[in-house]
Ligand binder design. Sequence first.
Ligand code: ADP
Length: 393
Amino acid sequence: MPTREDVLKELAKVKGPDLKGDIVSLGLVSDVFITDGRVIFSITVPAERAEELEPLRQAAEKVVGKLPGVEKVLAALTSERAKGSGPAPAAPVRPAPKPGEAGSVPPPMQGRGPAGGEAKTEKPGVPGVKAIIAVASGKGGVGKSTTTCNLALALQANGLKVGVLDADIYGPSIPRLFRVTGRPEPVSGRILKPLEGYGVKVMSMGFLVEEETPMIWRGPMVISAITQMLREVAWGELDVLVVDMPPGTGDAQLTMAQNVPLAGAVIVSTPQDLALIDARKGLNMFRRVDVPLLGIVENMSYFLCPDCGGRHDIFGHGGARIEAEKLGVPFLGEVPLDMAIRENSDAGTPVTVTDPDGAHATIYKDIAAKVWAEVERHRETGERAAPKIVIES
Ligand code: ADP
């Protein structure tokens, strides 16, 4: 596989938009993601020239495609940004579902702050939204979205006004979990009205992009799409907006953690060691960008046997609690592995709604209360995350 440097070396052969200089030295190439034989990057061009500069995009794909080990190259054109400010807002790299309609990805915003990189990031809040919290995991499949959904509903059950932003744009599952479909309608200009599920305002890339849109194209669009879903949505008055982060701790996640004005982050982990190593990476990611850690949730913590009613610690339950203690991060609670949680999540009837006084809902409400107490504690004391300890694992 080529390295980032190899890719940039090839891209330096591509001339800039006006045939002056090359796209690398002009600072037009974004982060380069290299994964499984695929190379993904974006090139910044003025939005109005995106169409005219399509040959430039193709030329960039072609030179990188010649590198040994590269199976596929995905280059996207993105619109203008301040130099050195990280990924840019997305220009329409591919025809959006129905251009100009509510279903399309909104055009880039004007005058937004720097979007990452080394620049000191200014993180303006979202008007009307009192706190934004991220739910993250070191890897996929640990129940991050399920936790986001039930945590949001439990926060609501505890008396708060809640919204959910599905930033897991590679696999948006929030629409299914909340059983909401349809397209957000514009309320004014390009401000969209969020959809609503069980009283919670919901916004997801799943509403904006056709399902068959290749996920890979979404890579370069991550930051801008999330920023737009955050700021170009009529959230109204919310006590808390819960963000379902994309899984993992790569550059996109880090940039996002850096750019969204987060009141704190909740890390979801399964008890297995491996997941805990991943969870540690998640914790460290937020520490690096000074986002308070609200705590760790151990999901699929133990198994409640539907037949005998017994409790089995099949995954070595308790790992997350010990890890949280070691790392000085609050432990928020244990959610059992239970078919009822899976079936209800998958059917869009979350347990917190269908059985609000049941054992599972009680667990989620308890977690929600702890999360909110942590948010308030950080807000009152202005306390930031504990001293930065970066454990690379
Ligand atoms: P992630 O967002 O981390 O990828 P999901 O929330 O989509 O994970 O969960 C992955 C799968 O595991 C889903 O089918 C979900 O219903 C199931 N699941 C999540 N949490 C639990 C749980 N506590 N008990 C049983 N199944 C669960």
